[in-house]
Design a protein around this ligand. Structure first.
Ligand code: XMP
Ligand code: MG
Length: 176
């Protein structure tokens, strides 16, 4: 049974409720901005969260994805971030909202926010489903947060362990 080692941490109902609230907040905050809003998912982990979240944003948004490497197949960050797939869209002059699955050490977002700042964007904010503040190495200002969690390795709702479990409809802890 592929689910015998996992335990639900955040149910699909809790996630749906939070995603709806975040979508409404984002809609309110950006309506009347006058700029185009580009919602950028950090692949692969943010894919499921982004898919649900954008359907709760009632604005004419653009969607793009960026892929970075940080963990490889291990559960520990290497600290080295590399862009594996860059944006397709030109974000110059636009409002940028970065969507992350989980902020852990903060190294990935530190790299991404510095990279986006060099692209002459109008504004930048961060939306993350999960925050693991205990392991932070560099400060990250999360503008829209789903849930703060303890320092446990989590999977599901887009988040993987060695590329598995992304399809679970809830966030779960892997028991060792
Ligand atoms: P940093 O440390 O750069 O990490 O903030 C961000 C990325 O690390 C991955 N990450 C996890 N992946 N379970 C995972 O499957 C976890 O508990 C976990 N913590 C961090 C994640 O891909 C995130 O984008
Ligand atoms: Mg990952």
């Amino acid at each position: 049974m592929y689910k015998e080692n996992i335990e639900v941490m955040i149910s699909k109902e809790e996630i749906a409720h939070k995603v709806k609230a975040l979508g409404e907040e984002i809609t309110n905050d950006y309506s009347g901005s006058g700029k185009e809003l580009v919602v950028i998912g950090v692949l692969k982990g943010a894919n499921v969260f982004l898919g649900d979240l954008i359907r709760q944003i009632d604005l004419p948004i653009l969607v793009d994805f960026i892929a970075v490497s940080s963990y490889g197949l291990s559960t520990e960050t290497s600290g080295v971030v590399k862009i594996l797939k860059d944006l397709d869209l030109d974000v110059e002059g636009k409002d940028v909202l970065i969507i992350e699955d989980i902020v852990d050490t903060g190294l990935t977002l530190k790299y991404l926010t510095e990279n986006f700042k060099s692209r002459n964007i109008a504004s930048m904010k961060i939306c993350a489903l999960l925050d693991k503040p205990e392991r932070r190495k560099c400060p990250i200002d999360i503008d829209y947060l789903g849930f703060e969690i303890p320092d446990k390795f989590v999977v599901g709702y887009g988040i993987d362990y060695a590329e598995k479990y992304r399809n679970l409809p809830y966030v779960a802890v892997v028991k060792s």
